[in-house]
Every structure is written in structure tokens, then in C-alpha cells.
Design a binder for this molecule. Structure first.
Ligand code: BV8
Ligand code: ZN
Length: 258
């Protein structure tokens, strides 16, 4: 897509003049880093049904299987680096402190892109809101224990699964599963950012999972503009001022260029 494309110039100007921008990302922003998406042709949900793996019931029924899947995802993601879209978004967020990244991803690549740019303390002011939690944190199924956790998990048997040092119950991935509420403070901050945004840039999400997928509609209802970057049409394409049918690494750097 040439950067002289009129739609690119229009949206680039819009983003430059925006007083506040919300960026909502999904698995598609990380696809070109090698992180599998969920619903695409080679997506994670191809071989497993979400209900089998991404629900509290699934974990109760077979914690070993669920940890095996999350352990495999951790390994896959650990080999991946932020791509040009993550990097352009990180630069934009640092340059314009009124930009908030809200991600559905649990892969930590936005944070990595920020840390490549800034020291860890500086990056902490621009951190993305992680609506669905993180692959790299665990929490206890029974008490409030929660901690960063990157070690490989031995899911060969239930006995080898990680257990809470406080109460000895099982530790689970600190992600939000279907039917679980999102962290209240995180969701509130995301909604406030969506309400105040002049532009909501939506990158690489199928926009089927709520409440994340409703954030761009909050911006629109408050008078803001929705812009989408996705290889395919989604339920948000019709409400977008422009829906770029192209890849994240091709379009996002063009839209956020200085
Ligand atoms: C909740 C765990 C309150 C973390 C995930 C009926 C209607 C509406 C809602 C519901 C409903 N029935 C139930 C619900 C609620 C439910 C929901 O939304 N279900 C949907 C599926 C119908 N939501 C919930 O349960 C949420 N909680 O509502 O709490 C509550 C409380 C109690 C009881 C009821 C409700 C919790 C939602 C969180 C679920 N957790 N995963 C993990 O393991 O990762 S969901 C999973 O989907 C991931 O988290 C992921 O983040 C999320 C969204 O997927 P995407 O990121 O969009 O990825 P996907 O593969 O789908 O799409 C990729 C896109 O990228 C594609 O469009 C593709 O074209 C594009 N793409 C690919 N490559 C590129 C690209 N684009 C650009 N460039 C590329 N290179
Ligand atoms: Zn505990």
C-alpha cells in the first residue's frame, strides 16, 4: 500500500491531530511475529474448541491439558519478537502520551516493543492495558496469590503442575477465560480511554469477543472515529471510517509515521 494512498494520508493526518487515541489490538497484530491467531485458517481453535481449553470448567476438569496448551503457547511466543507494527505502536505511544494501547493479546509483545525503546521504568508509564491477562503471570485458584512466571511448566502429570506457595492449591495461567469477568480496573480504564478517544485504531482482531470488541463502538458513540487494519472484514468494518484490508506490519507504520 503506497504511503501516498489518499486513505493513508487522511488517516495519518487524523492520527497526528488526534488529542487522544485508543489502539485496540488482537492476535492479528502478532501474527507476523509468528504467534498463532485463534480463528484464522491455522488458528489455535482449529484443533481445539475454546470451551475445552479456555474456561475455568476446562481447567477444573483437566488442569494438565490446559497447562499443556498454555505451556506450549508460552514456548511458541518466547521465540517471537515484536514486529514493525508493535514497534510503530510503541514509538507512537511514547511520542504521544495520550495514546493508550489496549490489547486482547496475552503474548507480551507490546510491552517488549516498549522496553526495546525505553528503560523499564519509562516503559511502565506507557504499558498496554492487557484485557485478557498475560501468559507470563500465574495466580492461585483458591487464594489471592499472583506472580510473574516464565519457567517452563512440567504438564506431564497433575502432580508436576505448579502449586501455590501460600496454600498449596493449583496455580493457573493469569488469563481471562470465557465466562470470567475481566479485571474491573483494567476494563474501566479501557472504557474511559475509549470514551475520550478522538480515534480508535483497531488492529488485527476478529471483533467477536466481548467486552473488548465493544470498545471501538464506545469511541464511535462518543463522537470519535474508528479505523481498522485487518486482512479480512469484521463486524467493525462497517463502522470504520476506513478499514484497511492489509497486514498490520504494512499499514500501521504508514499510519503512524511522523
Ligand atoms: C465476560 C483467553 C462477563 C486468553 C480468551 C454472546 C454475545 C456476546 C458475548 C458473549 C456471548 N456469549 C458469551 C459472551 C461473552 C464472551 C464472548 O465474547 N464470547 C464470544 C466468543 C461470543 N466473553 C467472555 O466470556 C468474556 N468475559 O464477558 O465476562 C461475564 C461473566 C460471567 C458470565 C458471562 C459473562 C471473557 C472474554 C475473554 C476470553 N478469553 N482467551 C488466551 O488464552 O489468550 S478469548 C481469545 O479471543 C483471546 O483472548 C483473543 O484475545 C480473543 C480475541 O481473538 P482475536 O485477538 O481477535 O484473534 P482472532 O484469531 O479471533 O482474530 C485475528 C484477526 O486478525 C482476524 O480478524 C484476522 O483476519 C486478523 N489478522 C491475521 N493476521 C493479520 C491480521 N490482521 C492484520 N495483519 C495480519 N498480519
Ligand atoms: Zn493459594
Amino acid at each position: 500500500m503506497p504511503d501516498t494512498d489518499p486513505a493513508v494520508s487522511e488517516i495519518r493526518d487524523l492520527l497526528r491531530s488526534a488529542k487522544s487515541t485508543l489502539v485496540l489490538t488482537g492476535a492479528g497484530v502478532s501474527a507476523e511475529s509468528g504467534v498463532p491467531t485463534f480463528r484464522g485458517p491455522d488458528g489455535l481453535w482449529k484443533n481445539h474448541r475454546p470451551e475445552q481449553l479456555a474456561t475455568a470448567d476446562a481447567f477444573r476438569a483437566d488442569p494438565r491439558l490446559v497447562w499443556e496448551w498454555y505451556g506450549w503457547r508460552r514456548q511458541r511466543v518466547a521465540a517471537c519478537r515484536p514486529n514493525a507494527a508493535h514497534e510503530a505502536l510503541a514509538r507512537f505511544t511514547v511520542r504521544d502520551s495520550s495514546t493508550q494501547i489496549v490489547t486482547q493479546n496475552v503474548d507480551g509483545l507490546h510491552e517488549l516493543a516498549l522496553q526495546d525503546l525505553l528503560s523499564v521504568e519509562e516503559a511502565s508509564t506507557a504499558l498496554p492495558l492487557e484485557l485478557h491477562g498475560s501468559l507470563y503471570r500465574v495466580r492461585c485458584v483458591a487464594c489471592r496469590f499472583r506472580v510473574g512466571h516464565r519457567d517452563p511448566v512440567d504438564a506431564t502429570s497433575e502432580a508436576s503442575l505448579p502449586r501455590c506457595p501460600e496454600c498449596d492449591n493449583l496455580l493457573r495461567p493469569d488469563v481471562v477465560w470465557f465466562g470470567e469477568s475481566l479485571d474491573e480496573k483494567t476494563l474501566e480504564a479501557a472504557i474511559t480511554a475509549a470514551e475520550g478517544a478522538d480515534v480508535c485504531l483497531v488492529v488485527g482482531t476478529s471483533a467477536v469477543v466481548h467486552p473488548a470488541a465493544s470498545l471501538p463502538l464506545v469511541t464511535r458513540q462518543a463522537g470519535g472515529v474508528v479505523v481498522e487494519v485487518n486482512l479480512e472484514p469484521t463486524p467493525l468494518s462497517d463502522v470504520a471510517r476506513v478499514s484497511f484490508r492489509a497486514s498490520a506490519t504494512e499499514v500501521v507504520p504508514l499510519l503512524l509515521a511522523l
